[in-house]
Write a protein that binds this ligand. Structure first.
Ligand SMILES: *[C@@H]1O[C@H](CO)[C@@H](O)[C@H](O)[C@H]1NC(C)=O
Ligand SMILES: *[C@@H]1O[C@H](CO)[C@@H](O)[C@H](O)[C@H]1NC(C)=O
Length: 161
């Protein structure tokens, strides 16, 4: 049994697990919100709705149990060269629909910056990544091919988003 598992692990280990992903954004805004944590300082809270188009069906082979998908926003600020925020994630079980065609979808998690790095930010890049969770073998982490960059407005939205 161990030998069999090993051979099957080899047969899928070299899959690139790469797929094309088309991302977009709809409404984008940013607010300055008081953070009720320790410092009680105001921080930037971004709000976006996103589009996601991808067919991840080909990632499933006999050795794939599930996919863990996550949408990440990356951007640069004065204090940090690379900021990464996970905005949405999803588990796709084997046998479930792995074709995504989302329009104006809401993020699952808040888009907080540590400070005021979102307002007027000229390059926020969305990418979709996935962990392929196998029945046996390694757990590859893959960044999908394709990204979408957008700009946050120069002014804070007042009132509700
Ligand atoms: C991804 O897109 C490129 C360019 O549009 C295309 O050549 C390639 O076949 C696509 N790959 C997949 C896996 O669909
Ligand atoms: C935006 O940022 C991404 C990486 O986060 C980078 O690949 C891209 O070149 C940047 N675009 C511009 C116009 O600076």
């Amino acid at each position: 049994m161990a030998g069999l598992t090993f051979c099957c692990f080899l047969s899928t280990d070299f899959n690139l697990n790469q797929e094309n992903v088309t991302l977009g954004t709809g409404k984008v805004s940013v607010k300055e919100v008081r953070d009720y944590s320790a410092e009680k300082e105001k921080k930037d809270l971004g709000f976006i709705v996103f589009d996601l188009n991808a067919d991840l069906t080909p990632l499933f082979n006999w050795n794939v149990k599930q996919l863990f998908l996550y949408l990440t926003a990356e951007y640069e600020t004065k204090s940090h060269k690379l900021n990464q925020v996970v905005l949405w994630d999803k588990i796709v079980e084997r046998g479930n629909n792995a074709v995504f065609d989302l329009k104006n979808a809401n993020t699952k998690y808040y888009f907080w910056d540590y400070a005021h790095g979102l307002k007027g930010n000229q390059n926020v890049t969305l990418t979709l990544s996935w962990n392929v969770i196998p029945n046996a073998g390694r757990l590859p982490k893959v960044k999908g091919t394709g990204s979408h960059s957008f700009v946050f407005p120069n002014d804070y939205t007042s009132g509700r988003f």
